[in-house]
Design a protein around this ligand. Sequence first.
Ligand code: CA
Length: 399
Amino acid sequence: MRAILACALLAALLAPAAAAPPADGQTGAQAGDFAAFLAALRPEAEARGVGRGTFEAAFAGIRGPDPEILARTKRQGEFARPVWEYLVGAVSPGRIARGQARGRALAKTLDAIEARYGVPAPVLLAVWGVESDFGASAGSLPTVRALATLAQARFRGDLFREELLSALVILQRGDITPERMKGSWAGAMGQVQFLPSTFLKHAVDFDGDGHRDIWRSDADALASIAAYLKALGWDPGLSWGYAVVLPEGFDLTRYAGDLGDFARRGVRRLDGGALPPAGRASLFLPGGRGGPAFLITDNFEVIRGYNTSDSYALAIGHLADRLAGGPALSAPWPSAAERLDGPGLRALQEGLRAAGVYDGAVDGRAGPKLREAIRRYQIREGLPADGYASPTLLRRFGP
Ligand code: CA
């Protein structure tokens, strides 16, 4: 039954099904297609220095694409989950406790990594925690088969063919064996969830054993995160941002500026510490004026470079604060009735575009560009400029 189901899926994607599928779910025709795919790939790999032995070891035992992964490529579209739902999962009490314990156990290593790359230990632990629960769930799918599946199906064009070639180069260099090269269905590998091309540019052998091992070495994993954030432009003199409390009547139209100026205007840190006297920041109100407030710096954008999502970057920043002993957020998040889903966000993007304040994609995704457009519109219309995509705001563009 399972084989028949998998076959139906593959048939839709790849080739007409042959009569009698073998036990692993591949038809003869599909196995032939896969062999042809590998034959075309081989000279490309050789051009990058991948030897015959490496190539054959990489694909030993792989007879065709993974039907489960092909099914996953059809299930996109969960990106409209609100920030706070993401935060609840990513910054759970259990994860905070585990991260603090790992931080204590690895204090010396973390100090050495911070000294070399300038990224603070709590930020490194937070990325490690969100990517793989501190190495506990680094993904169990063989990376070569996952990437070969996506590449052969031409999911997102040639992106995964490139990543597959990069994976073969990693194997050629001997950082990892094909058996241990594992990760998620979309090819993100190990404890840091690097795609192979990111690994080639940024992975680090910090424990000095001669291998860049983001699968088993805590030191290599943490240093690789640090090296990548540094390459993305991490500024060691800046925090990622601050959870803050705004004073009554705060002028939301002046939402970007100097940290010292925000302090003079009555903005206070939630943890009671002092805001630094200088440094650029902007106000981020992911749940609108009544919800939690943050001042975010350029380092927030650096974290978005690791994974392009406001929810992700905020989860990293907030988890880092909590790992360092900071307080939980206390302001309430919006109720279900006070937020827009994907179609609502698309309608709002269309409305803002018609109003002449938005020139980004109509894709139902929140982000800095939409926030900026909402603020421009709110300021123009004399509304509180919180940048929040609310149903109330959408109704101004409704029929
Ligand atoms: Ca190593």
